[in-house]
Design a protein around this ligand. Structure first.
Ligand SMILES: [Zn+2]
Length: 376
């Protein structure tokens, strides 16, 4: 019996290694290349490849017999074999993103949907999700799961949302939300953490990284020594509630002077009764009011960035919706930051993320892809 179990485990381990090797290869690979890289026997690799092809996870090329030199069969990932969805809940809208196994976007949708912690809200949300998947013609059987992000502190051990100030959600059990998504494997997490993970997933070259998430809520994530650091109680990286102006503006959390009170994207949109697109169009068009508001915003943002850099001494990545609007404004922001840093005007540690407004959705969806890669 033990021998049978051992053989099964060995077979699964070999299959996983072969799959991960193919997954991480940018080009199709041959059986010989796999054998050399993984030091596995050809029969073992042949068995693993047959199973992976059978599962639809890997495709193999036809052997070319018409050419003078017979080319060996090659194997490549079928990225559409599995997919995952990220769903990001904000106070005034919901975003949905479907990705394939390589994090390629299959579709994205942002819908205005004011949040209320009610059955009708979650029913509307799940109906919108189904319509999104229908429009993409996404085969539900290939969907690994639906990740859901909230702009709040989530205690996974206790299974509750500790606080999500912009949603006015305090001490709510996750079991009040999960049942609405029971059709799928689902996972609820903090939006900034998910966003930071998406950035890490795309670029693992930094062993240390601080991620500042600029949305209607402001948050962050810390990656230290190649791992995410969440603190003793999962509350690490809540940069939105760093006090940057003592006795300053009232924050959603009830305290005064938090970074979120000054650098929420709402400061550039809701406060002026415009959209972010309209604000940045006005700013780039030379509007003086927009320029003054932007100058104040950047002053507070660079104060916070300078504090983060002074504390962590590592690369900082700016993410969330705001990062997607920066473009030509980024060099000036870097210059202003450089003027504030202790160390020779250097701001080369500041970077923009890759996913912008899609980051939280991407990060939470990628958890399902990662889990699958480790469990296949
Ligand atoms: Zn606050």
């Amino acid at each position: 019996m033990d021998d049978v179990i051992t053989a099964t485990v060995l077979r699964q381990t070999s299959r996983r290694r072969v799959f991960q090797y193919i997954y991480n290869s940018s080009q199709p690979v041959t059986r010989k290349e796999i054998a050399e890289e993984l030091s596995l026997s050809v029969p073992t690799i042949t068995g693993s490849l047959s199973e992976l092809v059978e599962l639809g996870l890997v495709s193999c090329s036809d052997v070319q017999v018409s050419t003078e030199e017979r080319k060996p069969r090659t194997y490549a990932l079928e990225p559409l074999a599995r997919g995952a969805v990220g769903l990001s809940i904000l106070d005034n809208e919901v975003r949905m993103l479907a990705i394939d196994m390589r994090a390629n976007e299959l579709g994205f949708r942002a819908l205005p949907l004011p949040f209320t912690h009610t059955a009708s809200y979650y029913e509307t949300l799940t109906r919108c999700l189904e319509e999104f998947l229908d429009d993409l013609d996404l085969d539900r059987s290939r969907l690994l799961g639906v990740g859901i992000t909230l702009p709040g502190i989530i205690d996974q051990e206790a299974g509750k949302v500790v606080m999500a100030p912009t949603l006015d959600l305090w001490d709510v059990s996750l079991d009040e939300i999960y049942p609405y998504f029971s059709r799928y494997h689902s996972f609820i997490e903090n939006d900034a953490n998910a966003s930071g993970c998406a950035e890490r997933w795309m670029d693992k070259s930094r062993s240390n990284m601080v991620y500042l998430y600029l949305e209607r809520g402001v948050g962050g994530a810390i990656f230290w020594d190649n791992k995410q650091y969440i603190g003793d109680r999962g509350r690490g990286g809540e940069f939105g509630h760093l006090c940057i102006v003592p006795n300053g503006k009232l924050c959603h959390c009830g305290r005064r002077g938090c970074l979120e009170a000054y650098c929420s994207t709402s400061r550039l949109s809701d406060d002026l009764g415009v959209t972010l697109e309209e604000f940045f169009a006005a700013l780039r068009g030379g509007d003086e009011q927009a320029a003054a508001i932007w100058a104040e915003y950047c002053d507070h943002l660079t104060d916070a960035l300078n504090n983060l850099r002074t504390n962590f001494d590592c690369d900082i990545v700016l993410g969330g919706t705001l990062s997607s609007y920066l473009g030509d404004l980024f060099p000036e922001l870097c210059w202003e930051l450089g003027e504030k840093t202790l160390f020779n005007g250097d701001s080369s540690f500041l970077h923009l993320d890759r996913f912008g407004a899609h980051s939280a959705c991407a990060g939470t969806a990628l958890r399902f892809i990662d889990d699958y890669l480790c469990s296949i």
